[in-house]
Ligand binder design. Sequence first.
Ligand code: SF4
Length: 237
Amino acid sequence: MSDSAHKNRKLPELSPGTAHEDALREGTRLAGGPVSLACSFSVEDIVVLDMIMETGLKIGVFAIDTGRLNEETYETAEALGARYGIRIEWYFPQAADVEELVREKGLFSFRNSLEDRKECCRIRKVEPLDRALENLAGWVTGLRREQNVTRAQISFLEREDREGAIIKINPLAEWTADQVSEYVQKKQLTVNRLNGLGYPSIGCAPCTRAVRPGEDARAGRWWWENPEHKECGLHSR
Ligand code: SF4
């Protein structure tokens, strides 16, 4: 099959209740090339990392350092690298773009408007992600449908609409927050210390706050914006 025919081929719909290992295996098989986990060190990503290690599938791990992460996130990354004996492929934003942004708009431009916030995410997150994906046939995420309205429709397997189409594998698509917590407890996983301080979802330090009882998991992300905008561009193209 030609490259373009491969890219246009419709992905199979995995049935509801598909086991996470099966979603991982099928996604990796269909990708037919290098696959890597995009790890933000969220509790979901850590669960998926552990699953990958359990399956023994040849899946790498990459992470994006936006330059604005919490200290606790770096500690978590180092602890996971040591626990599993893995090398994390870190990607950084282009220095010249960050310099220009900060010189022109200051260190907190993302608070000015939605456009400025998206500009910061584009420079610090999306551009490095694009480079990370350049040589991959598939990427794995820890996305769950119930995390936010923006994620309610995700499938186990998706084809990313980008140059050189890539398969996105979401093995936790159907999982609930309770299932994630139970897995963490059962496996005694190392998670970000901030999770225990009211941060169910952790992004950059200045754009994340703890959630209040009853709030949804992503309420603390860009809390000054409406829920339908709460994506940084990594998962909403
Ligand atoms: Fe910038 Fe905030 Fe986006 Fe991080 S989350 S890249 S600091 S706007």
